[in-house]
Design a protein. Sequence first.
Length: 303
Amino acid sequence: MLPGTMTRVLSVLLLLIWSASVEAQPLGSELAESWRAGGQYFSWTSTVPENAGRSVQVFYTCIGDAAKPTIVALHGFPTSSLDFRGLSRELQPDYRTCTLDFPGYGVSDKPSPYRYTLADDAALVWAFVTKVVPLREFILLSHDRGDSVALNLPLANLTEFQKRMLDPATAPPAAQFGYQNGVAVIPATIQYLNERKEREVTFLETLSKSTIPATLMWGVHDLVAPVHVADYVFTTALASRRAPSAFWLLPCGHHYVQHDQPADMARLIRATLARQVSGAPPQQAPFNLTPDACGPVLVRTNP
């Protein structure tokens, strides 16, 4: 988890290809160009000894009124902050959403050779929320690799692509997509899977001891991280702790649930935070947030 103490933080843990370099190069998409034009950069100096104090330019964007509560959204592998474009617009009337591209992703720098680690990215996020934005409190929304910055999610099903990327002997021929040097760094950025595996127990123990409210929002049709992943995390780290915890399923969601059901996810985030702010006890499972077939379903809460 990120170091330090925040007044109120909701960790919304999601298992939630677009890449480019930081230079002003055409992205081949009006949507991507518009997203880049709406953001800016800050300089980050890696804390990893092997990177020898190397600095990189990190892209970030904040959408919404700075006077409103802020959601900090962390993207997954191998995508970028663009993942949260639709959701951030759904939330904009009530929340400000700030998100960034981790080094090696999106339109942030992609140096090579360079060691990309979860711990370094956690330090980067801490610098972002304390110095770049900065924030006194925030809601943390994470997806896929973004989850691993804060904790380790076990039991995920590795795709054939992920397995080949982990192996230097098969990585280059498998990576036939991406934008310019985004392809070159994929075998390095995906090494987070090994780091996550090594620290799984520690991450889950940290989550189990956390006093921060946590909500899992999961797509029923996620084949990369099936529902049993979320159930394992909830049972292992959330079910018996004192801090409020909830596990929601989105019936029409896949791995990129923020793309599949952005309006439903925004509705769920609003409802969860409203209960926290009001001091109301968590909603008890089972519970349907809406009568719609695709509406979020609360399946578990802690005592």
